[in-house]
Design a protein around this ligand. Structure first.
Ligand SMILES: [Mn+2]
Length: 236
């Protein structure tokens, strides 16, 4: 069977840690049956039509905070520095991708980007804006889980893992504030913060606030997230 080609949006590689991050994302795609095509922000838009056409699905990865003007908010002091080149690149591409019916997966910043691209907004800094006893910026290593999520019944994630809870890692200080009207929550942290979303209707758009790419090799539930996405891309 022809393998699905996944357009993978990543930050520009600046050091060894960035290279390692990119390798982990590519591994999650390739070890679950897909082929990763890395799309960094300095690629430019020259071949956008062609590349969007050639890819079978798209994966928006983690990274720094989105510039708040993208969702009509004033920047707060606690908001992290944005990468304007990456914002510009990814918002241009997702706008094109949303006009197709190709599957989209997002993690962490990628989930926030999908929400904003569809008209939602974000909390810029959980500790200064929300009351919570859940530590969303874990101190444990990236490959360890730190908090659980409650999976909403009747959602695609619930059908996929057949459990009411699953383990997540957590490396975010921002989260969904107003959810885009076309998205539905499918998992929550115990403080009520939205940890996973899906697109209402036929289109395959799923996004997670955690990093399943760091967990799938040890945790079958997190592996299912990738298997399901690659399968959806393969069928398209
Ligand atoms: Mn979290």
């Amino acid at each position: 069977m022809k393998k699905a080609v996944i357009g993978l949006f990543v930050k520009k590689r600046r050091n060894e840690a960035d290279k390692e991050d990119e390798r982990v994302y590519c591994g999650a795609i390739e070890e679950n049956g897909g082929v990763a095509l890395v799309l960094p922000p300095d690629l430019g838009n020259e071949n956008i039509e062609h590349i969007v056409d050639e890819c079978d699905g798209f994966f928006f990865s983690g990274g720094v905070d989105i510039e708040p003007s993208r969702y009509g908010a004033q920047r707060r002091a606690e908001c992290g520095a944005a990468d304007l080149e990456r914002d510009k690149f990814e918002f241009t591409w997702i706008e094109k991708i949303l006009k197709t019916d190709k599957p989209i997966l997002g993690v962490c910043r990628g989930m926030q980007l999908i929400n904003v691209a569809l008209g939602g907004t974000l909390y810029q800094d959980i500790p200064s804006e929300l009351e919570t006893s859940v530590l969303h910026r874990q101190t444990e290593p990236k490959f360890s889980t730190s908090h659980e999520v409650k999976i909403a019944i009747g959602t695609p994630l619930h059908s996929l893992v057949s459990e009411d809870r699953m383990s997540a890692n957590s490396f975010h200080h921002q989260c969904v504030k107003e959810l885009a009207k076309d998205l539905q929550p499918m998992a929550f942290a115990d403080d009520g913060i939205i940890e996973a979303v899906y697109f209402k209707g036929e289109r395959y758009i799923r996004a997670y606030q955690w990093h399943p790419e760091r967990l799938y090799d040890k945790d079958p539930q997190n592996r299912k997230i990738f298997e399901d996405f690659i399968e959806a891309c393969t069928l398209k």
